[in-house]
Each structure stands twice: as structure tokens, then as C-alpha cells.
Design a protein around this ligand. Structure first.
Ligand code: CO8
Length: 256
């Protein structure tokens, strides 16, 4: 198996395990990732950590050896398939965090872009180098990168194919944070610790509101926010959170 899925302490860990090819995304690997996302969706994990085994790469992108010599129809189907797999991350009720140590190129960076958060170690190197292969990103990079870093920066990175190091990634908002090297699972777990203790309902509704912010007008977005924040008030967790504040104690959230 080129994809390992494990569960620990309320978290799911998806680990790309094809280090001999720098965890490159063959179509077989993409199918395994898709099945793993389905399993995560059906679990009671509160967050998903995505990382790569081998220490050298998170993921070096789509499997270039497999992409050559295919028909245009097959390439388009491949792009749509890869997009649909990464889209599964948006549809999870829980947030996801990519732990990027080493290379995250092409489809590998697109996988990280589809996660809710990105944490980089100092060895992280990121980019969309497709232009250097005469290609264009096909797994969501042209759409998610500008939403994250703005259209001018995204265009520069996509049209030059240049590599961004960890410090620059953090500065331009591509990475949420740079942390010391270490075990990727532990890094992911430490990052998730800041939000997994809160109500899963409030967390899900807040994430949905922000995810939709980029796709709709401000007016529509404010309507969505009013609806989702009103919905949050209906939860037992909201009642518990406000009561605990007044009673000066720590809230006990139940995800109801
Ligand atoms: N695909 C297939 N194999 C790869 C890939 C890849 N993306 N990246 C690395 N490998 C393999 C190498 O071929 C090599 O295998 P072997 O030993 O059998 O030759 C092994 O991994 C180790 O790689 P290197 O020897 O190259 O390691 P280096 O440390 O010298 O270099 C790099 C590391 C800089 C990361 C280098 O491997 C590299 O540049 N890789 C390619 C990065 C890249 O261009 N990624 C973008 C790919 S295109 C894409 O992602 C989207 C295409 C559009 C999708 C549309 C869908 C239909």
C-alpha cells in the first residue's frame, strides 16, 4: 500500500508511503487516497493530518512517468479525477492539516493546498513547476493558490515554476506556520491541539462559512454567516459554552 491510514487520540493520519518515488501521485495512489478519505469521513476523528514518509518529500507531484503519451481525453479525465479526490477534503466535516517536510511540488502542493492548513518544516520546498514540463497545474492549483496568496503571487509562482522555501511560504500565507523538524505525525498533532478541544459543531460551521467566503459576493457571504452563526446558537455546546463562561469554569463540549 502506498497510502497508510491510522487513527490516534481523536486524529486521523494519512501518510503517503512511496518514498522511492518521493511519494509521487500515480493514479493508483490517488485511488488509495480517495478510499482513505472515505474511511476518515466515516470515522469519529476530529481532524486529519496528511504527511509523506521518507523525510525527503511530502509529495513530488503527479507521477510524471505515468502521464506521458496519454490521449487528451485521458488527461482531462485524469485532471477531473485528481480534482475530485482533493475536493473530498472540503467535504469532510473535520479540518485537515498538511505537514510539509521536504518537497511539495505540483500535485503534491495541490494536495496540501486542498487541506485546511499547511505546516512547514525548515526543509520544506514548495512550488508548481508544471510550466517547466510544458504543463499547467491540473489538480486545483490554479484555483486554490490565488485564493490563498492572491492572484499576482499565484501567477508569478505558476508562470515561473519557481520554488518557495519555508520562510517565504509562511510570509506569503502559503504555510500557516513553520515549525522545527520532527516526526510529522507529532507536528500535525501539536498543530491540531489548538482547535480539536472545541465544539465540533462550532468548528464545522465556522470552517464552512470561511470556505464559502471566497466563492460568493460579500452580501451573500454575510447571509451565509448570519445563517450559520444562528445555527450554532441552537447547539447544546453553545448553551454549555456560554453557561461555563458565566459560571467561571471550563466548558465540557459534547458535540451536540
Ligand atoms: N513523478 C515520478 N517520479 C518522480 C517524481 C514525479 N513527480 N519526482 C521524483 N520522482 C522519482 C525520480 O524519478 C527518482 O526515481 P528513480 O530513482 O527511479 O529515477 C526518485 O523519485 C528520486 O528523485 P530524484 O532522483 O529526482 O531526486 P532529487 O533529490 O535529485 O530531486 C526533485 C528531487 C527536485 C523533487 C525532483 O525529483 C523533481 O524535480 N521531481 C519532479 C517534480 C515535478 O516536476 N513535479 C510536478 C509534476 S506534474 C504535476 O504534478 C501535475 C501535472 C498535471 C496533472 C494533470 C493530470 C492528468
Amino acid at each position: 500500500m502506498s497510502v497508510e491510514l491510522s487513527f490516534r487520540d481523536n486524529l486521523a493520519f494519512l501518510t503517503l508511503n512511496r518514498p522511492e518515488a518521493l511519494n509521487a501521485l500515480s493514479f493508483a495512489v490517488l485511488r488509495e487516497i480517495s478510499a482513505a478519505f472515505d474511511e476518515v469521513k466515516a470515522s469519529d476523528a476530529r481532524a486529519l493530518v496528511v504527511c509523506g514518509r521518507g523525510g525527503k518529500a511530502f509529495c513530488a507531484g503527479a507521477d510524471i512517468k505515468e502521464l506521458r503519451g496519454r490521449s487528451m481525453v485521458a488527461q482531462r479525465e485524469g485532471a477531473v479525477f485528481g480534482q475530485s479526490v482533493f475536493r473530498q477534503l472540503d467535504q469532510l466535516l473535520m479540518p485537515s492539516v498538511a505537514v510539509i517536510n521536504g518537497y511539495a511540488f505540483g500535485g503534491g502542493l495541490e494536495l496540501a493546498l486542498a487541506c485546511t492548513f499547511r505546516v512547514a518544516t525548515p526543509s520544506a520546498r514548495m512550488g508548481l513547476p508544471e510550466i517547466r514540463l510544458g504543463l499547467v497545474p491540473g489538480y486545483g492549483g490554479t484555483q486554490r493558490l490565488p485564493r490563498l496568496v492572491g492572484p499576482a503571487r499565484a501567477l508569478e509562482l505558476i508562470m515561473s515554476g519557481r520554488t518557495v522555501d519555508a520562510a517565504e511560504a509562511e510570509r506569503i500565507g502559503l504555510a500557516n506556520r513553520v515549525v522545527d523538524d520532527g516526526d510529522p505525525h507529532q507536528i500535525g498533532q501539536d498543530f491540531c491541539a489548538q482547535f480539536i478541544g472545541y465544539s465540533a459543531i462550532a468548528s464545522m460551521l465556522a470552517r464552512q462559512a470561511v470556505l464559502r467566503a471566497c466563492d460568493v459576493s460579500l452580501e451573500e457571504g454575510l447571509r451565509i454567516e448570519a445563517d450559520l452563526s444562528t445555527l450554532a446558537f441552537q447547539s447544546d455546546d453553545a448553551e454549555e459554552g456560554m453557561r461555563a463562561f458565566i459560571e467561571k469554569r471550563k466548558p465540557q463540549f459534547s458535540d451536540r
